[in-house]
Design a protein around this ligand. Structure first.
Ligand SMILES: [Zn+2]
Length: 180
């Protein structure tokens, strides 16, 4: 509880509210983990920090440059990584806009926002890529994204398809692969 009080002082009201919502139904350990995670990703994310996407680059030189600017991911993998970071940082509009319109649900934005609840993303591993390079128009990225949902550890293993149109990569859809 002391830890929560210490971290909560650094959170904005909105972050604190989300922290409290995420903690409903979790153990005290989960409670502390969520507090730390929110504090780190939402309150202290600096451009010099390592990017959440796991590229090994600083956040400022990696996914941060794609939010609401004219800089576009050059490869399918880069788009995949930036979409993962967008889930971590809850950038719903970026996720909506980079999902190909033909594959986008009518209430996509609402669904994306709903999917943020109780999620604590822990890391992204790119398993394999096929095409998706700067000179390609189609690409496939297989990845494993680890997360905790309401403090329960889980992972998403997916094979995602991407398409480039007029110089912009879009996520089409993904096939979820079963875990062995
Ligand atoms: Zn990144």
């Amino acid at each position: 509880m002391t830890l929560f009080i210490r971290y909560s002082k650094a959170l904005t009201d909105k972050q604190l509210k989300r922290c409290l919502v995420a903690m409903i139904g979790t153990s005290e350990h989960g409670f502390v983990t969520i507090c730390r995670f929110l504090f780190k990703t939402l309150s202290t994310m600096k451009k010099s920090d390592l990017c959440p996407c796991g590229s090994g680059q600083s956040y400022g030189n990696c996914c941060n440059q794609f939010w609401g600017s004219s800089v576009l991911p050059a490869t399918a993998e880069q788009l995949m990584r930036s979409r993962y970071t967008a889930f971590v940082l809850e950038k719903a509009h970026y996720l909506n806009d980079t999902h190909h319109p033909q594959y986008r649900a009518a209430d996509e934005l609402k669904n994306i926002k709903a999917s943020f609840r109780g999620m604590n993303w822990l890391g992204l591993t790119i398993v394999a890529t096929e095409l998706g390079g700067v000179n390609d128009d189609e690409g496939v990225v297989e990845f494993i994204a680890q997360f905790k949902h309401l403090a329960k550890p889980d992972a998403l293993h997916e094979r995602s398809r991407f398409r480039k149109e007029q110089g912009q990569w879009f996520y089409l859809h993904g096939d979820v692969l079963s875990e062995d």
